[in-house]
Design a protein around this ligand. Structure first.
Ligand code: ZN
Ligand code: ZN
Length: 345
């Protein structure tokens, strides 16, 4: 089969390798779509603590089931499915408390196991057993369904942020994640969504989200604008959908009393420290949460939201490329020229 193998850091090779051999409890998928994630770009340049080379990466996967291992129940050949890449163990302290995204023994497709930048991908037994393989709603294309993974993380983030009716929500960053956050916040009943971004092109492209207010961070003072829009209170919820120290620091000054800030984007691992005026927190009694991934149930919710077109995945897909052009895809993603780039192996 054709695949893109990350042999080592910055050495990605499109080549033929033998098809995976299916074992008991596993499912073989013919990959139809694997979307490029910001993390794929990071992994290409810096590797990842859970990746041992050579590794086939790609974790935003949809396709068709072509073979079932022994003792797999509830699935059939020919079924269209999307795969939730993070695999909870189902048994640890956190899994038993229903917080599978924080599983102590979490493994992931595209990291511990080979992923979706390949014609075929094997889904591990634990993933099959723990609900990571989900049917795609009939009206969704494979490309659209592969966006369930990033949307699942956004759904998890807004659960943690408790975004709900009547909220004024500020989202920093208008990449695909920021746009998902904006649309989801409105679905959840936010009164006003303010989407802020430093790149004018990104901000322009984000108009489809129908956010109530767009703030160009280059031209406007964010804090001033947020205070104006909130009768001086600050935002009920602030979601930092970029990996930026400044954005995280700014978010602490625009959240309302008792509001919630979510550090959704991670910082570079060699520069993870920010300036945090702890008295802001002390006197204003707000909360700071983070979000890192998602659980299988978030993927199922994401497929529902995409399937009923409350969020239209079409708005997010700006490029489709064959596997042979994966490097070009990574390049485009890195230059932030589009929103989601789809690889069709
Ligand atoms: Zn992703
Ligand atoms: Zn667990």
């Amino acid at each position: 089969m054709r695949t893109a193998v990350l042999e080592e850091i910055e050495k990605l090779e499109v080549k033929e390798v033998p098809e995976p051999i299916l074992e008991e409890g596993e499912i073989l998928i013919q990959v139809k779509s694997c979307a490029i994630c910001g993390t794929d770009v990071k992994v290409f340049h810096h590797g990842h603590k859970h990746i041992r080379f050579p590794r086939i990466t790609g974790h935003e996967v949809s396709g068709v089931i072509v073979a079932l291992g022994k003792n797999v129940e509830g699935y059939r050949k020919g079924e269209r499915v999307a795969v939730s890449p993070a695999i909870p163990c189902g048994r640890c302290y956190y899994c038993r408390r229903g917080i599978e995204a924080m599983c102590d023994k979490l493994t992931a497709i595209g990291y511990h196991y080979d992923g979706g930048f390949a014609q075929f991908m094997k889904v591990p037994r634990l993933a099959v057993r723990n609900g990571c393989v989900n049917p795609i709603p009939e009206n969704l294309s494979f490309e659209e369904a592969s966006l369930a993974e990033p949307l699942a993380c956004v759904i998890n983030g807004q659960e943690l942020s408790k975004v709900g009716l009547g909220d004024i929500v500020v989202i920093l960053g208008a990449g695909p994640i920021g746009c998902f956050h904006s649309e989801l916040a409105r679905i959840k009943g936010a009164k006003k969504v303010i989407l802020a971004e430093i790149s004018p092109e990104r901000l322009k492209r984000a108009k489809f989200t129908k956010s109530n207010i767009y703030v160009n961070l280059d031209k406007e003072n964010l804090r001033q604008r947020v205070l104006e829009e909130t009768e001086g209170r600050g935002a009920d919820k602030v979601i930092v959908a970029v990996g930026s120290k400044k954005a995280q620091e700014d978010s602490l000054r625009i959240v309302a009393k008792c509001g919630i800030v979510n550090f959704f984007g991670g910082l570079p691992k060699d520069k993870p420290t920010i300036n945090f005026d702890s008295n802001l927190l002390h006197y204003r009694e707000f909360y700071v949460v983070g979000t890192h991934g998602s659980a299988p149930r978030h993927n199922q919710l994401a497929l529902n939201v995409l399937g009923n077109r409350r969020i239209d995945a079409k708005n997010y897909i700006t490029e489709k490329l064959p596997l042979t052009e994966i490097k070009k895809g990574l390049q485009i993603a890195e230059e932030r020229k589009g929103l989601k780039i789809i690889i069709q192996p």
